[in-house]
Design a binder for this molecule. Structure first.
Ligand SMILES: NC(=O)c1ccc[n+]([C@@H]2O[C@H](COP(=O)([O-])OP(=O)(O)OC[C@H]3O[C@@H](n4cnc5c(N)ncnc54)[C@H](OP(=O)(O)O)[C@@H]3O)[C@@H](O)[C@H]2O)c1
Length: 355
């Protein structure tokens, strides 16, 4: 097969919380791809970002031509993806979409490389690979090895999601909201809650994303639908309550799982210790988001078998929503494609089809 030049990439939303992590990871992991463009809204056009020691200007997305771009990481919100991702794919870029825009589309694989990398075998018909919801990624990475030895029957998840899940403005709002409580609000002022459904400082807000007619939120629906799609278990019973908590970074979840066969704490710990990029906490130790701060691993602790049902157990999982839940997963999708020489294969196929 003809050796092609290294794939060229663009980041849409390069100035955001996830976009900045994408750029940093591609650099630090020495992913063999070349920067073509960094794009954001018109507000950031002309601003500078550094990559591999060189300054790069951010351009407005509206002016970005995707021809000549092999990989377009979209990380600028669902509405931006809905408006521009299909245009990018039509111009030849493989879109890796961090938003909710296409995750449940039949022609778009929803990929966690440690779980369902086989979904990347063919170039997707849509030209888009979807990156799953940030809490769902960590949970399915722990569920899959369990299902391999004892089939999953039901999964109940309660999430405790950090402010950075709402981007850089979410982080700023957590700080301001906390200060309002500590310093006291000026007379007549209303507590701030633009990014969250209620003021987040010193609070817990059980409402992430929009409320749906059935009383669940979209975030809760994502966990149910996406877990089923990624695990390839369309009938799996999954239910969730998703709560925003005044944590800066790293999402946590308490998850209750029922399987077909009993599993001991020791068996679960062994399964997860042998899983890629998972850190298991035993003997009463547990991960917390504040202590993790930032991490490339899925951290699991508080593993307990239900004393009233030997086929059921709880675990507590903490993972970095900006990395494991977003940028790292997207980068690992690309690393897998590069490792499999998918871009070379797909170009050769396209050339053959055009000849
Ligand atoms: N944060 C997380 O933990 C996480 C996890 C998984 C998935 N995601 C998803 O990833 C996406 C980005 O999240 P984030 O946390 O990085 O948000 P963020 O910090 O608010 O960053 C948003 C980015 O999108 C850009 N943008 C906004 N409107 C735009 C427009 N009309 N045209 C072009 N660019 C535009 C912003 O550019 P400016 O700087 O110019 O405004 C910025 O670069 C969201 O869809 C989010 O749901 C986030």
């Amino acid at each position: 097969m003809r050796e092609l030049a290294r794939p060229r990439f663009a980041i849409i939303g390069a100035t955001g919380a996830v976009g900045r992590q994408l750029l940093r990871l591609i650099e630090s992991r020495q992913v063999p791809i070349e920067l073509a463009s960094l794009a954001a809204s018109e507000r950031s056009a002309g601003n500078g970002l550094h990559f591999r020691g060189a300054p790069h200007r951010v351009q407005a997305l509206d002016t970005l031509d995707f021809s000549g771009i092999d990989i377009a990481f979209f990380s600028a919100g669902s509405s931006v993806s809905r408006e521009h991702a299909r245009r990018a794919a039509a111009q030849g870029a493989l879109v890796i979409d961090n938003t909710n825009a296409f995750r449940m589309e039949a022609d778009t694989p929803l990929v966690v490389p440690q779980v369902n990398a086989s979904a990347l075998a063919q170039r997707p018909a849509s030209g888009i690979v979807a990156n799953p919801d940030c809490s769902t990624i960590a949970v399915v990475r722990l569920l899959q090895p369990v299902h391999a030895v004892s089939a999953l029957r039901s999964v109940i998840a309660c999430t405790y999601q950090a402010a950075s899940g709402a981007g850089l403005t979410g982080l700023q709002e957590l700080e301001q909201s906390s200060r309002e409580v500590l310093d006291g609000l000026p007379a007549g002022a209303e507590p701030i809650h633009n990014r969250f459904a209620a003021p987040l400082g010193f609070n817990a807000v059980p409402h992430i994303d929009v409320m749906l007619p059935d009383g669940f939120t979209l975030e809760e629906q994502k966990m149910r639908q996406e877990a089923r799609k990624i695990l390839g278990l369309p009938a799996l019973h999954v239910s969730a309550t998703c709560v925003r908590v005044p944590v800066r970074n790293c999402h946590s979840a308490a998850v209750y799982v029922r399987c077909t066969h009993p599993l001991s704490v020791a068996q679960l710990a062994t399964l997860w210790r042998e899983s890629p990029e998972v850190q298991v906490y035993e003997s009463g130790a547990f991960p917390t988001p504040r202590e993790l701060g930032s991490s490339d691993l899925v951290h699991v602790g508080r593993i307990r078998v239900d004393p009233e049902d030997g086929c059921a157990f709880w675990f507590w999982v903490v993972s970095d929503n900006l990395l494991v839940g977003a940028a790292l997963n997207a980068v690992q999708i690309v690393e897998k494609l590069v490792q499999d020489r998918a871009f070379d294969r797909w170009s050769a196929q396209a050339e053959r089809a055009a000849a």
